[in-house]
Design a protein around this ligand. Sequence first.
Ligand SMILES: O=C1O[C@H](COP(=O)(O)O)[C@@H](O)[C@H](O)[C@H]1O
Length: 231
Amino acid sequence: MQKIQRNTYTTTDALADGFANYAAEVLRTALTRQQTASLVVPGGSTPRAYLPALAAQTLPWQRITITLSDERWVDTGLHDSNEHLVRTCLLKRLNVQPHFTGLKTPHEKPEAAIPEIEQRLKTLPQPFTLTVLGLGEDGHIASLFPGLKLHEATHSSAEQRCIAVYPPVAPSPRVSLSLDALAGSAQIALVATGKVKRQLLDRLKDDADPAIPLVWLLQHARTPVAVFETS
Ligand SMILES: O=C1O[C@H](COP(=O)(O)O)[C@@H](O)[C@H](O)[C@H]1O
């Protein structure tokens, strides 16, 4: 895994600060070259530790559009919703509001929502300026889970950045940015805490297991992936 740069911290607080400094620098640098920037953030539990640190950074947030790497097909008012997480841990803490593009629609099934989501995503600065991803203990990124076929995950074109997924292990259906949309980002960061994820990263260093979506990302990414992890 040469396309990976690991930054290891002894505490979650130190990781949060290290990540927030990195993300702010990437966005600031991009905004010296372009008028607007896009930031993709994940859901799950890990961002609760570092999104508040990112919110404390001084940035021209009104020039930044934030979207999600993936969304669970649940009401956005629920704790499980990735949009709910981002609103609570990031947006509510900012005095100046960025643009926010959520992925949930009122459609009953995620596949019916894809055309509307594609319309929303089209308006974001592309390629994404910075994509931040979490890592599942099974190696999933966004909502691209092991078991999905590579061609299903890359099921995209310039017009097609999002896919509907029914992960066998998750309680709700999902939508996820496609592998191409994620891997095409100008910069990619992966934030992973805990022993199991560290061991997974160690293992993948020597064994690029083709069943693991993180491996697909590393193989398709345009730039090295900056990993922020705890020891
Ligand atoms: O379900 C999800 O899981 C991953 C990893 O989440 P974590 O709880 O282990 O931090 C997350 O990146 C993804 O966005 C989310 O929908």
